[in-house]
Design a binder for this molecule. Structure first.
Ligand SMILES: [Zn+2]
Length: 248
């Protein structure tokens, strides 16, 4: 498949030139969303029907805000650790840091376990690629297990499910923690397993509310308040730490 490279545009802000690309998304209906690309350029996520001219004018009108957003995002990206996947290096799980314990073990099938406050990885090959892949797989397994149990529990408090636990699947997403399809399937981001348990419960509760109320209207928030009263703090925490949890 041919990779489509989005066209780049330029925005002027004082003596600064900001390079940006436009991504039209059908799911985005009203506002423009900003995102920082790893190369320091700006991603502009816009509603499908919004013209390039409107997008450019909107960005240009708020150029100083855009510049501040990009500077902040780049500073956060620079703070992120470069993972080397070696013993002693901390990795997040359910909101806690756990040091890795990488053990070379010849001739046996590898394993990965949470023991004595460590994530212990046994492997015949301890190269960073191998360990990183094992860790990603482990996160996914843990996410399936943990999210599944919590969904089962929290859905019992959501009367509108009629006692049925909705179907759940995992999908890595760049800026979404969860979603709920028209058919009632809840999709959760496996990266969420690095966040505190409370935040995971919040995302699950949020998606469960969408089974009853599709849009973020008054009725939705009333439902969410009832199902998960601590949603504001959890939401804020996730917003604050998203770059850390989404980081591989
Ligand atoms: Zn929602």
């Amino acid at each position: 498949m041919r990779k489509v490279v989005p066209k780049r545009y330029w925005l002027e802000c004082a003596d600064l030139l900001i390079e940006y690309e436009i991504l039209h998304k059908p799911a985005v209906t009203r506002r423009i969303h900003l995102a920082a690309n790893p190369d320091g350029s700006l991603g502009v996520i816009a509603p499908r029907r919004m013209s390039k001219r409107t997008i450019h004018r909107t960005l240009q009108q708020r150029a100083s805000h855009v510049a501040r957003f990009l500077a902040g995002a780049m500073a956060r990206q620079r703070e992120l650790p470069v993972h080397r996947y070696i013993s002693g290096e901390n990795h997040l799980f359910l909101g806690e840091n756990y040091p890795l314990e990488v053990v070379e073990q010849s001739g046996k099938r590898g394993s990965i376990q949470l023991v004595h406050g460590h994530i212990r990885i046994m492997a015949t090959d301890t190269g960073s690629d191998v360990i990183s892949a094992k860790l990603v797989k482990w996160y996914r397994q843990q996410a399936l297990q943990h999210f599944g149990l919590r969904l089962e529990l929290i859905s019992q408090f959501a009367q509108w499910t009629g006692g049925e636990v909705p179907a759940m699947r995992l999908r890595k997403m760049k800026r979404t923690w969860g979603s709920c399809s028209a058919k009632g399937v809840i999709t959760l981001n496996p990266h969420l397993v690095k966040a505190p348990a409370k935040c995971i419960d919040y995302v699950i509760a949020h998606e469960l509310c969408h089974l009853e109320e599709l849009n973020h209207g008054k009725a939705f928030y009333a439902l969410q308040e009832q199902l998960f009263p601590g949603w504001r703090e959890a939401k804020m925490h996730l917003k604050d730490r998203a770059h850390v949890y989404l980081h591989e």
